[in-house]
Design a protein around this ligand. Sequence first.
Ligand code: FES
Length: 175
Amino acid sequence: MTLPLRKPSAAQPAAASDPRTYFSAATLAKFDAQVAQYPDPKAALIPILHYAQEEKGWISRETCEVIATYLKMPAIRVWEVMTFYPMFHQEPVGRHVAWVCRNISCDLRGADEIVATFYKKCGIEPGETTADGKLTLKLAECLGGCAAAPMMDVDGIYHENLTPESVERLLDGLK
Ligand code: FES
């Protein structure tokens, strides 16, 4: 199945259908290394999506189609897997991405205040990106740091026992 292509955005130019021109040589080398580990290339889909997101910043429909071409599988299967996992961004995100945990332990210990601090400091609510493209705020389910609730993940680094003040300091330090 071929997914309908959306109008290319400024953030991500139109896809070439050839993976060898769409992705960088470095990213393709990572794809190839993953595929080499499995008897069925399709088993490498999730790590390939991670590498694709590292390069493109997010996963567009065009990117799914090119990955499908690379793995010789239907584009809809790539789309289904990509949209199942929240760590894959379906739209452009900021240079930094903050995931604030909203699950029970963090919620009981003030996750709402943490989210409110983002609005107070940066004017963004969950799902939004600052106008300057610096920061995207997302809500996460339990990130496994319950003992240090409330907590969040910023660019892959956990920040725990948060307070509005510590979040303000962290946001001030983001470049
Ligand atoms: S509930 Fe927030 S890390 Fe588990």
